[in-house]
Design a protein around this ligand. Structure first.
Ligand SMILES: Nc1ncnc2c1ncn2[C@@H]1O[C@H](COP(=O)(O)OP(=O)(O)O)[C@@H](O)[C@H]1O
Ligand SMILES: CC(=O)N[C@@H](CCC(=O)OP(=O)(O)O)C(=O)O
Length: 257
């Protein structure tokens, strides 16, 4: 039987605010057994870009990443956000190791080809080094992964954090019994975005399609759910979308095949 592993993805709103980040780190530190944390930081990148006079543009939930924006996201995700989390976890007795995809060649990607839209320096994941992550995890290390990858030819690329989480969960599912938890600032996938208590407890692909067509599920939630269904198909045992302050408990939306 495979050992259990919990992979938590935490988004920009949570990591940006001290209070919510500290709560999340307390809850993450309390998770027993093998674990991995993947973080975003989109909101912090947008704020720094604004201070530097660089315009931010998102298309289909992805950041258009020109050369200047790539410098900003590399500083923010690989530097400030990642190290803040690593230091916070070390203070809580968790042996965290911060990684971008370039570190130990853990995630290689290919620059997204230009079709209708030129996303710039955005990477589509090609390969996750599950064996390496598995070795680190077996040694008691807790990887903390930033949403940055590399192309193997000397270039960093910006990759959506939900995708990093989904792809890493899929790769680790060859070694572990993986639960993937996307946590954010709402209680789960909601039937009415303005009613916090309208959580959909279980979501299937057919219901997802219908809710997208009805306009109930929109924006960043669409790629998050697409990544979730893909992960389940590829052998991840369980996918949950839930409130950041509820990662240890029940509740949220459970994704079904
Ligand atoms: N039906 C829905 N239920 C909950 N959130 C939804 C729904 N439809 C759209 N959303 C939006 O999706 C957002 C989460 O996606 P995203 O911003 O990519 O998350 P993250 O902060 O985790 O990166 C929520 O903040 C919410 O505004
Ligand atoms: C290519 C791309 O869109 N990358 C994302 C990576 C950060 C991210 O996904 O952060 P959240 O989880 O906080 O949204 C971006 O730059 O916004």
């Amino acid at each position: 039987m495979k050992e259990k592993l919990t992979l938590i993805k935490v988004g920009g709103k949570i990591v940006e605010e001290e209070a919510t980040l500290h709560r999340l780190l307390d809850d993450f530190a309390a998770i027993e057994g093998r674990k991995v944390l993947v973080h975003g930081g989109g909101r912090s990148a947008t704020k720094l870009a604004e201070r530097l006079g660089i315009e931010s543009r998102m298309v289909n939930g992805r950041r258009i990443t020109d050369a200047e924006t790539l410098k900003v996201v590399t500083m923010v995700y690989g530097g400030l956000v990642n190290k803040n989390i690593v230091a916070g976890l070390q203070a809580r007795g968790v042996n965290a190791l911060g990684l971008t995809g370039a570190d130990m060649d853990v995630i290689r990607s290919v620059k997204r080809p230009v079709k209708d839209i030129d996303y710039g320096f955005v990477g589509d994941v090609k390969q996750v080094n599950a064996a390496l992550l598995g070795d680190l995890i077996a040694k008691g290390v807790v990887p903390v992964m930033a949403p940055l990858t590399h192309d193997g030819e000397g270039h960093m690329l910006n990759t959506n954090a939900d995708t990093i989480a989904g792809e890493t969960a899929k790769a680790l599912a060859t070694l572990f019994d993986v639960t993937l938890v996307y946590c954010f600032e709402k209680k789960g996938v909601l039937r009415d975005e303005h009613d916090d208590d309208s959580v959909i407890p279980v979501l299937t692909p057919a219901e997802f399609k219908q809710l997208v067509a009805d306009g109930v599920i929109q924006g960043g939630m669409i790629p998050k759910l697409e990544n979730s269904f893909e992960a389940l198909e590829a052998g991840v045992s369980e996918v949950v979308i839930t409130l950041a302050s509820a990662i240890n408990g029940q509740g949220g939306t459970r994704i079904r095949k």
